[in-house]
Design a protein around this ligand. Structure first.
Ligand SMILES: Cc1cc2nc3c(=O)[nH]c(=O)nc-3n(C[C@H](O)[C@H](O)[C@H](O)COP(=O)(O)O)c2cc1C
Length: 176
């Protein structure tokens, strides 16, 4: 079987080189909207999505991530937009990370579907557990009691990965 959604699922790749040009507002909104349509446990819509295009804030986020990772390079690959996803801490809602991950997945697929590139950027959990991270969540206007799930580097792709790994054998099985 095949259709446009199945094709997009197969062809989305993590993009790690971006054009400097900012994406259009309607493109950003389309990606964020797609995130809001992800399924969530009990339909609670627990995750919180924050898109950042402010260079000063982006620099601070990138630096925080870089420090957790222990690298010299920008973990967001110079993308012009970051999208961060937060969820309730597990004591309050045990499905938060699952919910937030689906939001990120929806947004990556939507980005690809409209010609944007994205890559999941990790380490938000650790970043936003620090005093600096907690202060930043406040600055972003988020409520208390959240944690970082993950983030996206988002923008127009400057290059595509040349190849894709084949799917592992026995990835799935059907038991009838
Ligand atoms: C939970 C998770 C964390 C990831 N963290 C990073 C990351 O920090 N930096 C990065 O460049 N890619 C990251 N990736 C992207 C993966 O490396 C990528 O999805 C994988 O290599 C498969 O490639 P594809 O997305 O092109 O199919 C992450 C992906 C997931 C799902």
């Amino acid at each position: 079987m095949d259709n446009l959604v199945l094709k997009a699922l197969r062809e989305r790749r993590s993009i790690r080189r971006f054009k400097a040009e900012q994406i259009r507002n309607e493109e950003l909104t389309a990606v964020l909207e797609a995130g809001t349509w992800a399924p969530t446990g009990k339909g609670l819509q627990d995750p919180w999505i924050v898109a950042v295009q402010n260079p000063e804030l982006m620099h601070r986020i990138s630096e925080m991530n870089r420090k957790v990772w222990g690298t010299d390079t920008d973990p967001f690959y110079g993308a012009p937009t970051y999208v961060l996803v937060f969820c309730s801490r597990p004591e309050k809602w045990p499905n938060g990370i699952c919910d937030g991950s689906l939001v990120l997945g929806n947004m990556m697929l939507a980005a690809h579907a409209i010609g944007l590139g994205s890559c999941w950027i990790n380490r938000e959990r650790e970043m936003f557990d620090t005093p600096e991270g907690k202060a930043m969540m406040q600055e972003m206007g988020l409520p208390e009691g959240l944690m970082g799930v993950g983030a996206l580097a988002l923008g127009y792709p400057a290059s595509f990965p040349p190849s894709v790994k084949p799917r592992k054998e026995n990835y799935y099985r059907i038991i009838r």
